[in-house]
Structures are given as C-alpha cells and as structure tokens.
Design a protein around this ligand. Structure first.
Ligand SMILES: NC(=O)c1ccc[n+]([C@@H]2O[C@H](COP(=O)([O-])OP(=O)(O)OC[C@H]3O[C@@H](n4cnc5c(N)ncnc54)[C@H](OP(=O)(O)O)[C@@H]3O)[C@@H](O)[C@H]2O)c1
Length: 288
C-alpha cells in the first residue's frame, strides 16, 4: 500500500521543502516542529500543522523524521512511534551508526518498519524535489516508502538492510567535508600568498581536479555570502564527528584526514560561525 498520509517531524531547512513537495504531490501531510512557527509557515501550502509528534503521526501511513541529530530523533521518536501504529518510519536525519541501530530497535519494539534513509542534496535540491535517497530497510517497506521518496527526490537507491543508507551517507559526507575543508584552506592560502583566489577558482573551473561544488561554495566564500545557509556549519561539524567515529570505531581504520577535518569544523564553530553555511569552515584557516 502506498503512503497517503505522511507525518513530517522537523520542518527546518530540509524538512520544510520536503513537507511542501509532499503536499504538492497530493499526499496528506501533517507537520510538527519543536518551534511551532516554522511549521505554521507551511499551512498556506496545504500542510496541516500538528501540536505534537504523536498528533502528527497518529494514523499516518509513513512518518518522516528530518531532525538535527540523534538526540533530536530520540526526543520525538518514542511518542511518534507509539501513535503511528503500523506505519513505516523513514528516518532521513543524518545520525551515527550506533544511533541508527538504537533507533531500529525502538522501531522494532513499536512494531514499526524502520527505513534508514538519509538524503543527499541540500536546500536547493530539497526545494526542487531533486534529492537522492540512500534507502535501506526491509523489502516490505519499499512500496510504501517509494511513493514518499518519489515526491521529494529524483533518485532512490535501495542499498540493503537498515544501516546501509547511513554507512553510505557517512562515506559521502566524509568526501564532501574534506572537499569543503580543502577548498577553504586553498582559498585562504591563495589570499595569504598574495595570489588572486578568484583566479584559483577560474583555473579549477571545468578542470579534471575541479568540481562544480567548489565553484558554488568558492563563490559563497569570496563574495562574503556565508550567511546564505544551505547546510549549517554546526550540523557539518556533527557529521565530521560522525565520519571520524565511524572510521575509527566501526571501520577499524587509523584515519588521519577525518579527525583533521573534524578539528577544522570544530574550530570554525568555536570562532562563532556555527549558524553560517558549512563553507565558513574557511574561517578556521584564516587568521581570526
Ligand atoms: N541542510 C542540508 O544541506 C542537509 C542535507 C542532507 C542532510 N541534512 C541533515 O538533515 C537533518 C536536518 O538538517 P536541516 O539542514 O534541515 O537542519 P535545521 O534547519 O537546523 O533543522 C533542524 C530541525 O531539528 C529540530 N530539532 C533540533 N533539536 C531538536 C530537539 N532536541 N528536539 C526536537 N527537535 C529538534 C529543529 O527544531 P527547531 O526549529 O525548533 O530548532 C529543526 O526542525 C540533519 O541531520 C542534517 O545533518 C542536511
């Protein structure tokens, strides 16, 4: 059975456009957000605003969690799962591997099918329903999940049993966070050495070692637009920590890069850039 009523728990940068796109696809959407005003902004798009996670999830065919981190998901999951009764739980927030196992157990205890399904893509792709879904979970959950994923993304990859989605997400974020750190430090180096950073970006543009991402984030840095937030730096720091933990505790590696990247993001947060875009990691490499 495909999902007809979907609860969206968390209407931040990612959750709000997800709720809007589901409503646009004629799914009945009930949204809840800790700070209610953010969810209320969705009412004009046909989204019903719920007063609690339980109220949003009651009788829903699918429950989406799109929250900051594992602690936030833990804080709402129990109540939502108890109310949902038989729904599928699409856990799309980026959380750690141990947290994912813990959440799967919560779902089991509540007799809810757990779909570990972190998302690839940021604010723009979320608004345009062009996310990539890294889905993992039981085969029976695929059909009800897919209608939801089709409304919010352009591609769904089913990767295996729950946990596989988060493992792939952490690999991808490890790459992305290292790329952003390298970009920030290279721009700072160009400035420090007295060569034009914009020319560095121009040389990279279209070159095999360049990337479209470096152009987007590079311009954000050079044009001083770091307050145009697609992915908050405080959450990128959380992800850098999750990648370093996964490399050490789960993969058994002796990683050098992941802890260094984590330290850069932590330094940028400590310097007061946590609410800015993740590209503000650049400010960890500049003189303060
Ligand atoms: N932005 C991106 O580019 C992107 C891309 C892929 C994945 N992600 C991941 O998606 C998740 C959401 O990211 P976002 O960018 O949408 O972040 P965001 O705008 O900061 O939204 C975070 C959401 O979590 C809620 N929240 C935080 N702590 C909570 C708690 N203790 N209890 C209940 N609710 C809590 C916030 O509620 P309030 O409004 O009340 O603060 C808000 O709804 C994160 O795991 C992030 O890593 C983000």
């Amino acid at each position: 059975m495909a999902a007809r009523t979907v609860a969206v728990l968390g209407t931040g940068i990612m959750g709000a456009p997800i709720a809007r796109n589901l409503a646009a696809a004629r799914v009945e959407v009930r949204a809840w957000n800790r700070t209610r005003e953010k969810a209320e902004a969705l009412a004009e798009d046909g989204v019903e605003v719920a007063g609690s996670p339980g109220e949003a999830a009651e009788g829903a065919d699918a429950v989406i969690t799109m929250l900051a981190d594992g602690d936030a998901v833990r804080a709402v999951a129990q109540e939502a799962l108890e109310a949902s009764g038989g729904a599928v739980w699409l856990q799309t927030s980026t959380v750690g591997l141990a947290e994912t196992r813990e959440l799967a157990q919560l779902a089991d205890a509540a007799n809810v099918q757990f779909v570990d399904s972190p998302l690839l893509g940021t604010k723009g792709p979320a608004e345009q329903a062009k996310l990539t879904v890294l889905a993992s979970g039981p085969d029976e959950a695929r059909e009800p999940s897919d209608r939801v994923f089709e409304a919010i993304g352009q591609k769904t990859l089913w990767l295996g049993q729950a946990g596989a989605g988060t493992r792939m997400k952490l690999v991808l974020n490890g790459w992305l966070l290292a790329l952003t750190s390298a970009l920030g430090e290279s721009l700072a180096l160009a400035q420090g050495l007295g060569v034009e950073p914009a020319t560095f970006l121009e040389i990279l543009d279209g070159a095999p070692m360049g990337s479209p991402y470096a152009q987007t984030k590079g311009r954000l840095i050079l044009e001083d637009r770091l307050d145009e937030v697609s992915f908050p730096l405080r959450l990128a720091e959380k992800d850098a920590r999750l990648v370093a933990e996964a490399a050490t505790l789960e993969a058994g590696l002796e990683p050098e890069l992941a802890p260094a990247v984590q330290a850069l993001f932590a330094k940028a947060v400590a310097r007061g850039h946590g609410e800015r875009d993740m590209a503000a990691v650049y400010r960890a490499s500049t003189a303060e």
